[in-house]
Ligand binder design. Structure first.
Ligand code: 5GP
Ligand code: ZN
Length: 112
């Protein structure tokens, strides 16, 4: 299977990695919606969140919270969105599960 996010998650293709552990690679989005927009990529392929194991889904959500908090402490964000688009009609364009963490700011100039 030719999956670009598998290749990024497993380090075959270089990326702007902000965090990595045994289960996930977290990268900066190529077309960020705000400063620090991150994508959590599970290393094991899943097409979308419905295919994640409970273990990975749970860990991903906990990680999303930590990354969002880090953006608040490190980047000055005042909030963040955590979301996963599932299905083309919902805006999913890459069919390797990924969770967006989008820092939000009081200052609109942080929208890129
Ligand atoms: P989706 O629309 O599937 O929820 O989100 C896909 C996201 O992946 C988009 O925000 C898009 O900008 C980002 N993206 C697509 N291809 C690449 C890539 O090769 N590298 C990075 N860093 N982000 C990508
Ligand atoms: Zn994949």
């Amino acid at each position: 299977m030719d999956c670009i996010f598998c290749k990024i998650a497993n380090g075959e293709i270089a990326s702007d990695t902000v965090y990595e552990d045994d289960n996930f690679r977290v990268i900066l989005d190529l077309s960020p919606a705000s400063k620090g927009h991150m994508l959590i990529l599970p290393k094991v392929h899943a097409g979308d969140i419905t295919e994640l194991s409970e273990d990975i889904a749970g860990k991903a959500l906990v990680l999303a919270g930590k990354l969002g908090k880090a953006a608040m402490v490190g980047l000055g964000a005042t909030g963040f969105n955590t979301l996963a688009n599932t299905g083309e009609s919902a805006g999913q364009t890459v069919f390797h599960c990924h969770i967006h963490v989008i820092p939000r700011y009081d200052d609109a100039s942080s929208i890129v």
